[in-house]
Ligand binder design. Structure first.
Ligand code: G1P
Length: 310
């Protein structure tokens, strides 16, 4: 069992082999992770989040059709020279940002056999230390500190830590769902820490242990690799990370949850993706003022039907 004194996590794993079918036909030729959220790929936000949390070593688990991701995190000398010649310092800086933010490595998954299988491809890179997993469909607002909180909980308690969000019972069948011990422990800037006592991947609504869903951030004990090697395909015929975590809990390894209270944007769903783009653009200094003014007029002209406040 990992102990609280084991070394802190330094590495992040980002699975990017998913097919992105919800964004077809755009994702026929462009990896979904590179679709822009305002003017930067969703994936760049994720890598920046890892770097901000003190995880500068990043491994992307890729698959076929994803080589544009490697290009994105690589230098482009011709483009840099052209921008330099033009004296376009701002754009040059934005091009540098993606290569300088972290040390990005790549490994191929080979076959798409599920999230657990993707994470298992990281075992040689990670070695025998705790590590983070960040899923690209969940954007966490840069002003909130979910991953930092999870790393602090892992450093304190050892074991593994998962990010949780109350999504309401009606939505729980789209997520990994957890059972937790009654009574919360501590709160970090509003994020509560709970002890996880069971996990199940995408349960039917009436069988879910709670309305607490796993959102795409994990800080995992390296013990998960041995469990993943023995984990049989589960929901959807895929090797599920949730099932491996359930086994860790059954074996008495601590798994904690950090119940997130901040801002999360789901860029894996088309409607939520549009909401994320509008929200983030409307808060920017450059685009915000004209966008907000336009939105104001646009909304005022909309017919009042099918309104939703979320
Ligand atoms: C994956 C996990 C699931 C988790 C979700 C968070 O599912 O298997 O447990 O709740 O990510 O986004 P996916 O969305 O890849 O189907």
């Amino acid at each position: 069992m990992s102990s609280p004194t084991s070394r802190p996590a330094r590495k992040a794993v980002i699975p990017v082999a998913g097919m992105g079918t919800r964004f077809l036909p755009a994702t026929k030729a462009v990896p979904k992770e590179l679709l822009p959220v305002v003017d930067r790929p969703a994936l760049q936000y994720i890598v920046e989040e890892a770097a901000r949390a003190g995880l500068p070593e990043v491994l992307m688990v890729t698959g076929r059709g994803k080589s544009a991701i490697e290009d994105f995190f690589d230098r482009v000398p011709e483009l840099e020279t052209a921008l330099e010649k033009k004296g376009d310092a701002d754009r040059l800086a934005s091009v540098h940002e993606s290569t300088e933010v972290a040390q990005v490595h790549f490994v191929r998954q080979g076959e798409a056999r599920g999230l657990g299988h993707a994470v298992l491809q990281a075992s040689a890179f990670v070695g025998d230390e705790p590590f983070a997993v960040l899923l690209g469909d969940d954007l966490i607002d840069a002003r909130d500190h979910l991953l930092e909180h999870m790393l602090a909980v892992q450093a304190q308690h050892g074991g593994s830590v998962i990010a949780l969000l109350d999504v309401g019972r009606e939505n729980i069948d789209k997520y990994g769902a957890v059972a937790v011990e009654p009574g919360t422990q501590t709160a970090l800037e509003g994020d509560e820490v709970v002890t996880v006592t069971g996990l199940v991947e995408k349960p039917p609504v009436d069988e879910a242990p709670s309305s607490l869903a796993i959102i795409g951030r994990y800080v995992l004990s390296p013990a998960v690799f041995d469990v993943l090697r023995e984990t049989s395909p589960g929901r959807g015929g895929e090797i599920q990370l949730t099932d491996a975590l359930a086994t860790l809990v059954e074996r008495g390894e601590p798994v904690h949850g950090v119940v997130f209270s901040g801002r999360r944007y789901d860029t894996g769903d088309r409607l939520d993706y549009l909401k994320a783009v509008i929200r983030l653009a409307s808060e920017r200094d450059d685009l915000g003022p004209p966008l907000r003014a336009w939105l104001h007029d646009f909304v005022a002209d909309l017919p009042a039907e099918g309104a939703s406040s979320s």
